[in-house]
Design a protein around this ligand. Structure first.
Ligand code: HEC
Ligand code: HEC
Length: 199
């Protein structure tokens, strides 16, 4: 499983260098999927940019133009960085125009109570603690969970110690409930209000 994901990744990486040279020509059209394919992004982010097991969704994301640009030019994790020689600003702008003007993965309305119940039932608490504040086995994930599209992708395709939860185990509605539950967790007390920690 890990091995085949790795091979896919290598194949995708090789393919993008061949494809990316065609992207300049494609930028003239506003055919987003063609542009994603020509720039090599589709190989990892999917033909419609909605994400795959290899990479998170980029279509419909709430990333600002600056964050998008930074995410491509100075990439994190398994994402390759694209220099201006490889991908022009014009193509990058055309890609951003496309991904920011499209519906992404839908976000059902989250229900806090159901979310709390699921959080306990599937055992998120065992690594992230009962309020999402984090413990030895997992980081803090509330009250400011990562944004919705990233959240769905991460829970379904975690990259480190965390076990994956497929759509069979947790539906989009379940994840929306979990997200709402985490958002509603109590904020940590400001340091100044704790006498022992006050400056
Ligand atoms: C080899 C696979 C691969 C290719 C090709 C690829 N990406 Fe990515 N991309 C990733 C992965 C994996 C991440 C998640 C990185 C992380 O945060 O750990 C990512 C993250 C991103 C992000 C940041 C998303 C966020 O939520 O912060 C943007 C923006 C992005 N990619 C755009 C693109 C664009 C545009 C292209 C084509 C020019 C592209 N990517 C090509 C794998 C790829
Ligand atoms: C076995 C322990 C374990 C369980 C169970 C677990 N997680 Fe995690 N989780 C982790 C660890 C460790 C990380 C840090 C990154 C990694 O190793 O994957 C993490 C990272 C995350 C992140 C990303 C945080 C960030 O800032 O990028 C989210 C979101 C998350 N977990 C949500 C959940 C939810 C929701 C559940 C229950 C459905 C859950 N986790 C169950 C261990 C766990």
């Amino acid at each position: 499983m890990i091995r085949s994901a790795h091979l896919n990744w290598l194949a995708a990486l090789a393919a993008q260098f061949v494809l990316v040279t065609h992207a300049n020509a494609q930028a003239a059209t506003d055919d987003g999927p063609a542009l994603l394919a020509a720039s090599g992004c589709a190989a990892c982010h999917g033909p419609a940019g909605l994400g795959t097991a290899l990479a998170p969704p980029i279509v419909g994301s709430t990333l600002t133009a600056e964050a998008f640009r930074a995410g491509v030019r100075n990439a994190r994790g398994a994402m390759p960085s694209y220099s201006i020689e490889v991908l022009s600003d014009r193509v990058l702008d055309a890609l951003y125009a496309y991904v920011s003007n499209r519906e992404g993965i839908g976000s059902p309305v989250g229900r806090i109570d159901q979310g709390g119940e699921i959080y306990e039932r599937v055992g998120c608490y065992s690594c992230h603690s009962n309020q999402g504040q984090g413990i030895m086995h997992g980081p803090r994930i509330g009250p400011e969970p990562i944004r919705w599209d990233r959240f769905v992708w991460y829970v379904r395709n975690p990259s480190g110690q965390m076990p994956p939860y497929s759509a069979v185990v947790l539906s989009d509605q379940d994840l929306a409930d979990l997200h709402a539950f985490l958002e509603s967790r109590p904020r940590p007390q400001p340091v100044e209000s704790i006498p022992l920690l006050a400056p």
